[in-house]
Design a protein. Structure first.
Ligand SMILES: Cc1cc2nc3c(=O)[nH]c(=O)nc-3n(C[C@H](O)[C@H](O)[C@H](O)COP(=O)(O)OP(=O)(O)OC[C@H]3O[C@@H](n4cnc5c(N)ncnc54)[C@H](O)[C@@H]3O)c2cc1C
Length: 391
């Protein structure tokens, strides 16, 4: 055992670029989100107000939006990109429009994603681009393809058009050597996403890892999937590139499995998820010359494990195949402290019109509402820093 230890409770570093006023605002918002009742009430009321077209956009923008998003456009994200960059933290511009179904919207989303790819290439502070396949393809088509169902004639053409959009994004990213992530989504559409992602990796990861698929370790079958993806990549002569996450749709997955009476794809408990997540990290690190990977997590123990393993194995902290990533507005203690120790670290900075990023914001509010969840961890850190600053 080496005695290399990183102090992720170093709140002076974590909040160094936050003014006292910003820190207080963060405290107020997270206190609100920490109350399950207020959180639930606030989420439902906001959804209702937006549906009724009541003028709440300004309020949302000044509160939860400002905490978790960079702005409504790429240009509005500029100050955030610069501020994170000053602390050597990269920005990943995440155009957070989800759940649309019109082809014209898919085309304009594709164009916007291409703009983020260009933006990433032009700016050393933006190491990756990212997109969700549901931003450019209809959910129902992905579900049918994933379930192995036969597509009607019109649907087959639609599926081809969806794949063409993904290919256009990836081909463009590859043509300018800009790495890009494909996010993972619900398990009942994920087969289709995996099919496309593997096709893209096979096409564009021959010389270097550029296209990243995402693996959700809260699924009990995904550690095997990782190893199988690695085997295929080796056999076919391309780099495997993966973003490892635990997974964001647990409640939805369990509810659907129960409703439709099939075995839930989710691990039996948190310990099982943690075990597979850490095993996946270890597997990627053992094969670091063949696999490029991103640990997309706020779990301090997993982050600490990977950071220490790199150090102990004598692998450069900023090895070009190893990345850490957190979401903007969360776990600054991990991002800022990792950056201080020269690890490759970036944050997803979602952006988009307020009403369009609501599904994203609601997911953040919900995952943050449990007592053992992220918010209480955040609150403890903010309180610690407020105390340290004698505020
Ligand atoms: C940079 C980045 C990119 C991301 N991209 C994606 C993506 O593409 N797709 C996606 O789905 N999510 C994505 N996420 C979200 C991620 O999947 C998690 O929801 C979130 O990060 C919380 O997990 P954690 O590892 O940070 O920490 P923790 O707080 O340690 O873990 C919480 C997670 O553990 C799992 N879990 C909790 N309770 C149980 C239980 N009882 N049984 C089994 N498992 C349980 C759930 O996945 C839960 O979200 C991303 C996160 C980050 C930081």
């Amino acid at each position: 055992m080496s005695d290399f230890k990183i102090n992720f409770q170093d709140t002076a570093t974590a909040f160094a670029d936050k003014t006292n006023a910003e820190l207080r605002r963060k405290y107020e918002l997270f206190s609100l989100m920490n109350s399950p009742f207020l959180n639930d009430f606030g989420t439902k009321a906001t959804e209702l107000f937006l549906r009724l077209r009541l003028p709440v956009t300004g309020l949302i923008k000044r509160t939860i939006f400002r905490q978790f998003c960079g702005g409504e456009t790429i240009e509005e994200c500029q100050p955030t990109i610069e501020k994170l960059g000053e602390s050597h933290i990269g920005t990943i511009l995440d155009y957070s429009v989800e759940g649309k179904s019109a082809e014209t919207v898919f085309d304009s989303t594709k164009n916007e994603i291409i703009r983020t790819v260009t933006r990433a290439k032009e700016d050393g502070n933006v190491p990756f681009a990212v997109f969700k396949v549901t931003g450019v393809a209809r959910f129902e088509i992905l579900e049918k393809v994933s379930g192995g169902k036969e597509l009607l004639k019109g649907e087959a053409a639609e599926w081809e058009r969806s794949k063409t959009r993904v290919n256009e994004i990836c081909a463009y990213a590859a043509s300018i050597s800009q790495p890009i992530f494909i996010d993972a989504e619900e398990s009942w559409i994920q087969n289709a996403i995996d099919i496309i992602a593997e096709e893209m990796m096979e096409k564009y990861n021959r010389e270097q890892p550029l296209i990243y698929n995402t693996i959700q370790l809260y699924r009990f079958d995904r550690l095997d999937f990782l190893k199988e993806s690695h085997r295929k990549a080796k056999e076919n002569g391309y780099f495997l590139a993966v973003k490892l996450v635990r997974g964001a749709y647990m409640e939805k997955e369990r509810e659907r499995a129960e409703e439709m009476d099939y075995p839930s794809p989710i691990q039996p408990d948190k310990t099982a998820t943690d075990k597979d997540f850490d095993a996946a990290i270890r597997y990627c690190l053992e094969n670091v010359e063949e696999i490029a990977f991103v640990a997309g997590t706020h779990n301090e123990q997993s982050v600490c494990m990977l950071a220490e393993m790199l150090h102990e194995k004598g692998i450069k902290h900023n090895h070009p195949h190893v990345f850490f990533s957190q979401l903007y507005g969360m776990s600054d203690n991990l991002s800022y402290v990792l950056a201080k120790h020269d690890y490759n670290v970036s944050k997803y900075v979602p952006y988009g019109a307020v009403k369009d990023v609501m599904p994203y914001l609601i997911r953040r509010a919900q995952e943050n509402s449990s007592v053992t969840g992220q918010v209480s961890r955040e609150l403890d850190l903010i309180k610690k820093e407020l105390k340290r600053r004698r505020l």
